[in-house]
Structure formats: C-alpha cells, structure tokens
Design a protein around this ligand. Structure first.
Ligand code: G4F
Length: 327
C-alpha cells in the first residue's frame, strides 16, 4: 500500500487529494496544525480513513517527527496561507508559512530520506499568482515571474527552493503551477464562493446585496477536483519537473456574476452588486490565463469541467446548503 503525507489537508485541495489517493489505495496521512484545531474534527468526519498528525510548517522538528511516523512514499506540500488579500496585512506570517514552510518541508524530507533520496517524491503547490503582472499571454512554465503580493513573492521562493532541492540533491521534487481552482469546498473569502454563496442567499431572500472589489479582473478558473489529479500524475513520472495546470480560458468577475445569477434566473445583477473599496487590492493581478500544453502532452492531463458548469454547480450546492441552514 503506497503511503502519502499531505500538508494543508484540511483545505479544499487537501480534501480532494486525500479522497483521490484513498480511492487509489493509498494510506493517507494529513498534517494538521495547532492545538484544538476545529478543522481536525471536520476532516475526521469527512474522511475518517485519513490518519491525522499534528505539526506545523514553521516548526521543522515537528515535520521530521511526522515524516518518521508516516514514512511516506509521496509528500504533497499544499499547506500555505493562501488568501492573497490577507497577505499584505500579515506579510511576515505569510512568508514564514508559505515561503519558509516549503524550505522546512523540503529539508525535513531530505533528512528523512537520508542517502536514499529517491525513496520519497515531493510535490510543491506553486501558484499562478507568481506570474502577477503577467509578462506574456498565455503563461507557460517559461514565463518570467513577476509577483504582485507578499503571497506571490512567498510562492516564488517556495517554487525556486523546490527546483534547487531537485537540482542540488537529486530529489524527485515537482512543482505544479496551478491556476485558480474552485469548488463548493472553497472558502467564502475567495471571489467565486463569495459570489455563489451570495447569489444563493439573494435568491432565497436571505441577503439583499453583494459588495465586491475589482470587477474587471480576469482569471483562468478550473475545478479543484480535476486539478488534484495533475498533482498525483506529476509524482508518477520517471523524472521530476514543473507544470502549468490551467484550463486555458479566462473570464472576468462580470462573467462570473453573469453565470452565477443566471443559474437562479436573474439576468440583470446590477441592482444587487455594489462596489466596496475595502475589497480592492494594493496591487491586483489583472489577468491570468495558462497554457497547460506540457501537462497535457507529458502527463496526459486535461480539465474535465468547464467554467459555466463549475459556477452553476457551486451555486446549486450553496442553494442546498443555505436551505438547510434556514430550516
Ligand atoms: O478569488 P481571489 O481571492 O483569488 P486570487 O487572488 O486569484 O488567488 C487564488 O488563486 C491563486 C491561483 O491559484 C492561488 F494561488 C491563491 O492562493 C488563491 O487561491 O480573487 C480573484 C480576483 C482578484 O483579482 C480580486 O481582486 O477577484 C477579485 N475580486 C473582486 N472582488 C475579489 C473581490 N476577490 C475577493 N477575494 N473578494 C472580493 O470581494
């Protein structure tokens, strides 16, 4: 039975990846942070097969301990402070977790593997936010990185550190440059879920308006459930490498509003949507769209769910959830 260790297992991607690996027959260990973390109980209820271990990406001794218990064949480093907006307010903490946490995980894995460096395969969750002020369209593995937030800068550090461990120690370490990926498990602070949840509540008469920031931003949004498959595929390759994972199609926040509101039969959303400067970023990433040709040809990966289906699925999930909450 292959064994996997996932950091960030209580997040959207961690949950989908854990389910995916368990379906494949893996024994899955998950790193959960902190004392009395309420997410531990939620994870246990959702996926009882996961073996939960306590540790913190900022504490390398805890990572060494966790690795020696889990004895993984594959490590998926998904743990991060992942909300871009928050990263300006907590730049130092974001760097400790999202940047230096990667170094800690790489170093702990290297120490755990010892002389047999190839016995563990490592996946790093890199991000399209590293492209920031995008220098070409669409973005590929070769596009110059130009991050625009403390989060983006931290991800660049983790990305290059992963490449450095691969090139210095011969570690099987791969980096997935994932463009935005969403699902009903997305946190409500991210724009897709914020919109789908608000649309559900507006249609049920539970909310009157939805306040947003930059409506012109464009993103390449895919389904998180499709994207975790690419993570696994990367670690099954004979040689480690970096891959862009994206749908190749971008949409604006206005497009998102069109699809979400039309799912509940509202064609003109202008009377419900207001603008609030509190949601504007100090430096926003205006537009991102990825070219995943390499992943398609080498990994045989492709996204299955398109943007309208994804957003409608999220709205319908939120409608059902909100109905239960008000019952
Ligand atoms: O949904 P977002 O907060 O996602 P963002 O910043 O693109 O980052 C997400 O995707 C990255 C790539 O995979 C990840 F690395 C990262 O961890 C995260 O998962 O914002 C998307 C866009 C931005 O341009 C933002 O300015 O939506 C715009 N926006 C407009 N109004 C808003 C809002 N974003 C949020 N969160 N809330 C708003 O009210």
């Amino acid at each position: 039975m292959p064994r996997a260790l996932i950091t960030g297992i209580t997040g959207q991607d961690g949950l989908y990846l854990a389910e995916y690996l368990i379906d494949k027959g893996y024994e899955v260990y998950g790193l959960v942070r902190g004392q009395s973390n309420p997410r531990r109980e939620i994870l246990h209820r959702m996926i009882p097969e996961v073996k939960i271990l306590t540790g913190d990406l900022t504490d390398i001794s805890s990572l060494i301990r966790v690795l020696s218990i889990a004895e993984p064949d594959e490590v998926y480093n998904l743990g991060a402070i992942s909300f871009v907006g928050y990263s300006w307010e907590n730049a130092s903490l974001t760097s400790d977790v999202t940047a230096f946490g990667v170094l800690n995980m790489l170093e702990a894995t290297r120490l755990y593997a010892g002389r047999d460096i190839e016995k563990v395969r490592f996946y790093q969750a890199s991000s399209s936010e590293m492209f920031g002020k995008a220098q070409e369209v669409p973005q590929t593995e070769r596009t110059l990185l130009w991050p625009r937030s403390p989060y983006g800068v931290a991800k660049v550090y983790g990305h290059y550190m992963t490449i450095t461990y691969r090139e210095s120690y011969g570690m099987h370490a791969s980096s997935g440059i994932l463009f935005n990926h969403e699902s009903p498990r997305r946190g409500p602070e991210f724009v897709t879920r914020k919109v789908t949840r608000a649309v559900a509540r507006i249609s049920l008469g539970l909310q009157q308006e939805l306040a947003l920031g930059n409506l012109d931003a464009r993103r390449d949004w895919g389904f998180a459930g499709d994207f975790v498959e690419a993570m696994w595929l990367m670690l099954q390759q004979p040689t480690p490498d970096d891959y862009v994972i994206a749908t190749g199609r971008d949409h604006s926040i206005r497009d998102l509003l069109d699809v979400a509101f039309s799912t509940v039969g509202i064609n003109d959303w202008s009377e419900y949507v207001t603008r609030d400067p509190a949601y504007l970023r100090l430096a926003d990433v205006e537009s991102l769209v990825g070219d995943s040709s390499k992943a398609r040809s080498v990994l045989g990966w492709e996204p299955k769910m398109d943007f309208p289906s994804l957003i409608s699925m999220m709205v319908n999930h939120d409608l059902a959830e909100q109905k239960v909450l008000v019952r």
